[in-house]
Ligand binder design. Structure first.
Ligand SMILES: [Zn+2]
Length: 151
């Protein structure tokens, strides 16, 4: 079992450090050896505990910072759209390098998303939203059919 091996190794290291410091205290300051070993071991346990608590705290802070960043990035690249089946609003990430299909949170039915980008001269101003993600499979098919019927 690797855990037991690891724990044993760190216990031996802790004891070794205790023995070294207690011996130094014993020879230099005539401090009792056994007491020195016990005190040094306790001090190390306290230091490890404080250090581990601090590292855990730092890890948690880091995680929440990254989570916040992820949410910010996600909201930059997403848009709220209506489900083609039940008209419920869904917030979906939008990507240009792959299909943006999504399953409705409310009715669990699949939706396909078509992105329509409109270019205009920036000086003239535009009435239309520059990026609209509101067309769905049925609408798109119907529109294509309508256009081709007229031609
Ligand atoms: Zn739906």
């Amino acid at each position: 079992m690797p855990e037991i091996k690891q724990i044993s190794i760190s216990l031996i290291k802790t004891l070794l450090v205790s023995v070294v410091f207690a011996s130094a205290g014993h020879f230099l300051l005539q401090y009792p050896l056994q007491e020195g070993i016990i005190v040094m071991t306790l001090i190390q346990i306290i230091i490890f505990y404080v250090w581990n608590t601090y590292m855990e705290y730092r890890m948690r802070v880091n995680e929440s910072i990254q989570e916040t960043r992820r949410v910010i990035e996600y909201s930059k690249q997403g848009v709220e759209v209506q489900c083609a089946h039940c008209k419920a609003l869904n917030f979906i990430p939008v990507r240009l390098d792959e299909e943006n299909n999504f399953t409705c949170d409310t009715c669990n039915k699949p939706n396909a998303v078509y992105i329509d980008i409109t270019i205009a001269q920036s000086a003239t101003g535009i009435n239309k939203e520059s990026l609209s993600v509101g067309s769905y499979v049925k609408d798109k098919e119907a529109a294509i059919k309508e256009i081709s019927d007229k031609e």
